[in-house]
Design a protein around this ligand. Sequence first.
Ligand SMILES: Cc1cc2nc3c(=O)[nH]c(=O)nc-3n(C[C@H](O)[C@H](O)[C@H](O)COP(=O)(O)O)c2cc1C
Length: 170
Amino acid sequence: MEFIELVKKRYSVRAYEARSVEREKLDYVLECARLAPSAVNRQPWRFVVAESAEARERLCACYHNEWLRQAPVIVAVCVDRGAAWTRLNDGKNHADVDGSIATEHICLAAAEVGLGTCWVCNFDYEATIAALRLPEGVYPVALVPMGYAADSASERHTSRKPTESVVEFI
Ligand SMILES: Cc1cc2nc3c(=O)[nH]c(=O)nc-3n(C[C@H](O)[C@H](O)[C@H](O)COP(=O)(O)O)c2cc1C
């Protein structure tokens, strides 16, 4: 599959079939996350995989939309602020950037093997930290539900700004 096809294939899935995700597929997706690039190769991430009903429920309680409960797996992409690179000249910590790259690797790899995902960031931040029992300095970047899609892409998926309004050659 050409990369552009994969990019188009991935969309935000907000309804999932009840069937579970095969372990090999989950391992493949997590390996693609592990191999993601990060600033100064710090790899400040921790991928917390919620598979049990109890763990998923703890995370679902941190998000206001019921559809998350359908996902058979939720991967919480977490980062350690202290482990990530901080740019000296302005103090910008890159944990969010690193976590975001890994998150999109997860979403694209999942799409490649026929699994649906959705970036979820609109969670209750403090409640999610508590639900994941994260240590000081470690925080969630995204929750990524994963499973077999039971919906199709929304209009938003094909709605992108035109090239000329987002690309500039200087
Ligand atoms: C950083 C980020 C946060 C997002 N948070 C949520 C969210 O909390 N809930 C949700 O349903 N979708 C969320 N989305 C999905 C976006 O709404 C979606 O990617 C966008 O509308 C484009 O649609 P597509 O992913 O189907 O192409 C998020 C996406 C990104 C990149």
